[in-house]
Design a binder for this molecule. Structure first.
Ligand SMILES: NC(=O)c1ccc[n+]([C@@H]2O[C@H](COP(=O)([O-])OP(=O)(O)OC[C@H]3O[C@@H](n4cnc5c(N)ncnc54)[C@H](OP(=O)(O)O)[C@@H]3O)[C@@H](O)[C@H]2O)c1
Length: 257
C-alpha cells in the first residue's frame, strides 16, 4: 500500500474559484499532488489563484475555464483535452443554492440553475472522468450537504439536488464496485463562503446574517476532511462524512450568541 497516496497524484477540482473548492485545490497542492486541474467560470480569478497555488507549493496547477452544467462544453473539453479528466481524484464541488422562497412562490430560473449545476454538472464531469478513474483505481469525492439528508423550509429544491448527490454517490459506488474506485460524499453544515451571497443574488447584508453571531465551519475545515478521506490506504473508503459546526445541531438549529 502506498504510504502517501496523494504525492504525485493527479486531481481535478470543480468550483475552485471560491470557498470549499479553492481551499481543497490548495490543500491538494500542499499535500504534494503532482498536477491539479482547477475548474471555474470566472477566468481571471481562476488564473490568479492557479498561479498563486503553483508558486506557494511548487505545484503544477492548470486552470480550466468551464461551466460544468454545459453538456456540450464538458464533452468538447473531454474530446480536446482528455488529460483534464485523466486523474486519480475528482472532486465534484461546483454547486450553488438560489433563493429561499417557498415552492409556491419560487423562481423557476433559480430551480433550473440549481438542478443544472448540482445534478447535471456533477453527472457530466463524472461521466467524462469515470472510465479513466476506473483505470487508475481513483477516487470520486462529491460535495453533498446536510441538505442531502434533511430538508428545511425554503430549501426544497436545493435539498432535493443534494439528496440526488447522495443517491448518485451511492449509485456510482455500486456501479464501480470491484474496480478499486472509491466514492465519498462529504456533507457539511454551515460553511462560511460565497455560498449565501450567491443564494441571495448578491445581497451581502442578508448573506452576512447567515454567519452572524455563530461559529460556522471554514472552507479549510472541509478541505482538510476531503484530503483526509483521500489520503487513507486504498482499501479504506470513507463513504460519507457529515460535518457540522459545533454551534449547529441540525439544519434548523444554530446557536447565535
Ligand atoms: N457553504 C455551505 O454552507 C455549504 C454547505 C454544504 C455544502 N456546500 C456545497 O459545497 C460546494 C461548494 O460551495 P461553497 O460553499 O464553496 O460555495 P461558493 O463559495 O459559492 O463556491 C462555489 C464554487 O462553484 C463554482 N461554480 C458554480 N457554478 C459553477 C458552474 N456551473 N461551473 C463551474 N463552476 C461553478 C463557483 O465558481 P464560478 O462562479 O467562478 O464558476 C465557485 O468556485 C457546493 O456544491 C455547495 O452546495 C456548501
Amino acid at each position: 500500500m502506498p504510504k502517501h497516496p496523494l504525492k504525485g497524484s493527479r486531481v481535478l477540482v470543480t468550483g475552485a474559484t471560491a470557498g470549499i473548492g479553492a481551499a481543497t485545490a490548495e490543500a491538494f497542492c500542499a499535500a504534494g499532488a503532482g498536477h491539479v486541474f482547477v475548474v471555474g467560470r470566472r477566468e481571471p480569478r481562476l488564473r490568479d489563484l492557479a498561479a498563486r497555488w503553483a508558486d506557494a507549493h511548487a505545484a503544477h496547477v492548470t486552470p480550466v475555464v468551464l461551466d460544468v452544467g454545459d453538456r456540450q462544453a464538458v464533452e468538447r473539453l473531454a474530446e480536446q483535452h482528455p488529460e483534464v479528466f485523466d486523474v486519480d481524484v475528482l472532486v465534484n464541488n461546483a454547486g450553488l443554492a438560489r433563493g429561499t422562497e417557498p415552492v409556491q412562490g419560487a423562481d423557476l430560473d433559480d430551480w433550473d440553475e440549481m438542478v443544472r449545476t448540482n445534478v447535471n454538472g456533477l453527472l457530466y464531469v463524472t461521466r467524462a472522468a469515470l472510465p479513466r478513474l476506473v483505470r487508475r483505481r481513483g477516487h470520486v469525492v462529491n460535495l453533498g450537504s446536510v441538505a442531502g439528508r434533511w430538508v428545511y423550509p425554503g430549501g426544497a429544491v436545493y435539498c432535493a439536488t443534494k439528496h440526488a448527490v447522495r443517491a448518485l454517490s451511492e449509485g456510482i459506488r455500486l456501479d464501480v464496485q470491484g474496480t478499486g474506485v472509491r466514492v465519498t460524499n462529504i456533507e457539511p453544515g454551515l460553511v462560511e463562503t460565497e455560498f449565501s451571497e450567491v443564494r441571495f443574488h448578491g445581497d451581502t447584508a442578508r448573506a452576512d446574517a447567515v454567519y452572524a453571531d455563530t461559529t460556522p465551519l471554514t472552507a479549510e475545515d472541509v478541505a482538510e476532511a476531503i484530503v483526509w478521506s483521500c489520503a487513507g490506504p486504498g482499501h479504506v473508503n470513507v463513504q460519507e462524512m457529515v460535518l457540522y459546526p459545533t454551534d449547529q445541531a441540525s439544519v434548523r438549529d444554530v446557536v447565535r450568541r
